[in-house]
Every structure is written in structure tokens, then in C-alpha cells.
Design a protein around this ligand. Sequence first.
Ligand code: NAD
Ligand code: GDU
Length: 328
Amino acid sequence: MNILVTGGAGYIGSHAVKHLTACGHSVWVFDNLVYGHREAVDAERLIEGDLLDGALVESVLREHQIEAVMHFAAYAYVGESVTDPGKYYHNNIVGTISLLEAMRRAGVERIVFSSTCATYGVPNQVPIPEDHPQSPINPYGYTKLVIEQALEDYRHAYGWGYAALRYFNASGAAADGSIGEDHSPETHLIPLILEVALGKREHISVFGTDYPTPDGSCIRDYIHVDDLAAAHLAALEKLEPGSAIRCNLGTGTGVSVREVIAACERATGKPIKVVEGPRREGDPPELVADPAGALAAIGWRAEHTDIEALVASAWRWHKEHPNGYAGG
Ligand SMILES: NC(=O)c1ccc[n+]([C@@H]2O[C@H](COP(=O)([O-])OP(=O)(O)OC[C@H]3O[C@@H](n4cnc5c(N)ncnc54)[C@H](O)[C@@H]3O)[C@@H](O)[C@H]2O)c1
Ligand SMILES: O=c1ccn([C@@H]2O[C@H](COP(=O)(O)OP(=O)(O)O[C@H]3O[C@H](CO)[C@H](O)[C@H](O)[C@H]3O)[C@@H](O)[C@H]2O)c(=O)[nH]1
């Protein structure tokens, strides 16, 4: 299939591109490289451009006879979305509508969209099933919820098939060590801990030790990027005209911040200095996916379920690329 991957030079998108290509699909990457990395993808498959340029997107869709879009491109810093909401509403909503309209003009009617567990807000039930109310607590989560609704409206109006995949905490790196996580600035827990192991950072702060969890730190569901990539293809293969797939992508197992730190110590063989800090605003105590919906909807379940092995895959990338892609 001819597939356009927006945001394909970013962390999760580049892993999806690698997987789709390995499975024999013809993949084109559309990325403005604001946060993405040229080195993360095959240069011949990279189209540099912005989603807000609808005419360019339309011409790319037509030229490469694109049959389906995987849409990863977005801004994804929760904290920044609170302090600079316009940046998020503009890029994530206006940018996506620009993409959808270009697809409409070019006659492309299948899309797999990167949504997030942040659309649930503070859950009233854990593990979280797909029919849990969606009530985001930050602008980032709202932008993703708006697009979920837009996709439903396009399905209703035009008979499109779409999948909204709500990821939990994307983590890990490709098994062959070729690509990995390189966000700048980095805010995610695992790469920050690994920077301590590399000697680039003095300590890791635990954001809150008084949560109502067994060890007092927050619990999350860490899902390997290779599993996310496989889920995207599984969802795409299920898409029919008029079909709507909404599923959580997680392992179903919660891991606390302290447990992640301990797994990093084991995987790296290095002691990690920990500083206990206050809670970070907007962090729900526990976010864990109910994975049953994804198994039923797209026949997918996470294969990387061991946190130490997941961290080890990330460690391989960070050890070999201590300065990320910039270091070669
Ligand atoms: N990282 C996570 O844990 C997580 C969890 C849930 C959902 N998501 C979602 O998954 C997607 C990918 O996340 P990621 O961690 O790989 O982020 P990332 O920043 O590494 O990748 C996003 C890519 O999109 C590109 N981009 C952004 N706006 C663009 C635009 N207007 N036009 C063209 N390209 C544009 C960026 O340059 C970047 O390469 C995002 O939509 C994010 O909201 C991520
Ligand atoms: O230095 C740090 C960084 C994080 N944490 C904690 O580690 C856990 C994971 O934090 P991350 O920042 O790695 O991930 P989030 O759970 O905040 O964010 C993830 O889930 C969000 C939805 O809530 C968004 O989708 C976002 O893109 C995705 O990375 C949280 O409990 C956080 O408080 C720390 O204790 N110290």
C-alpha cells in the first residue's frame, strides 16, 4: 500500500515507518523537521513540509497515489500546552484539518491517528476501557479529543474509515539500535533517567511521593514503540469505508516511577541518584490501559511487557547515541 506518514521523522513515527517498510509497504514521510530528525528516515522518502500547507499536502497525496495516511505530526509537550495553548490548538487542530481537507480533495479516505490517554483526564476507573468518559485536563489532550470528534464527523459525512489510537507512555527503541528517542527538550521519564546513567544529568527528580499508590509515586503504562508500530499496521489492515476504530494502546500493566528507576539501574548496571520532589501539576496518579479493546478491535496485544527489557532497548540507543541524532 502507498502510505503517507506525517511526523514520520519523529520518535514514534520513525519506528512506524521502519515497520511498515519492513512489511513491504511503500512509505512516504511528511515532516517539517521542527522536532523530527532527518537522520531517522531514508532521505529519499522524506518530504519536508508543513501540514498547514494544504496545497503541498494535496500534491504529495496525488503524486504518490497515497491510499492511507498515518498521522503522527503534532506538538506533544503537555506542560507547554498549558502555558502556550495557541501553539497547540493551531498546529494540532488547524494543521490536522488542513491535512483532512487535502485528503478529501485528493480522494484519500483512510487515516490512522495518534491520540492519547491524555484524552481521559483523571480516570475514575483503572485499567481504563475505551468507553471511559473523555475529559482532558490540559490543552494538549483537548486538541487530540477535538480531532477524534472531527474524524468521526468525516466518517459520518464522507464514509471514511479511521482509527484513533490512544497511546499510553511510548517508550523504548528499535531492537537493532538504529533509531530511538531524541526529543529536545526531553521531558519523558525513561530518557531522563538514562541521561543520569550516562553522566549527562546529576539526578532524576521523582515528581511526587505522596500519591495513593503502593510506593507513593505515579503509575503509568509503558508501551514499546515497536508494539505501537505493529498496532498501527494492524489497525490500518482493519479499516473499511465507514469504519471507526478507537482503541487504547498499552500493556495493561502499571509501573511506578520508582519501579522504572529500579529497572533502569538493573538494565544499565549504574546507580541512579534520586531526588524526591513535589508533584508535577496535571499528573494523574495512575494511568493504565485496559488492553482488551485493542485485542478485540484490531487483534493486537503488546509483546514487550517486561519493563527491564523495554528500558534495555532504550539504553542501547542512548549509550550508542549519547547526543542523539546530532552525534551521528
Ligand atoms: N510520546 C508519547 O508518549 C505519546 C503518547 C501519546 C500520544 N503521542 C502522540 O504521538 C505522536 C508522535 O509523538 P512523538 O513522541 O513521536 O513526537 P515527536 O515530536 O517526536 O514527533 C512528531 C513529529 O511531527 C512533526 N510535526 C509537528 N508538527 C508538524 C506539522 N505542522 N507539519 C509537519 N510535521 C510536523 C515534528 O517535526 C516531529 O517530527 C504525536 O501526535 C503525539 O501527540 C505521543
Ligand atoms: O523527571 C521526571 C519526569 C517524569 N516523572 C514522572 O514519570 C511519569 C511519566 O512521565 P512522562 O513525562 O514520561 O510521561 P507522561 O505520563 O506525563 O506523558 C505521557 O502521557 C501523556 C498523557 O498523559 C502524553 O500523551 C504524553 O505525550 C506522554 O509522554 C509521570 O508520573 C511523571 O510525573 C518524574 O517523576 N520525573
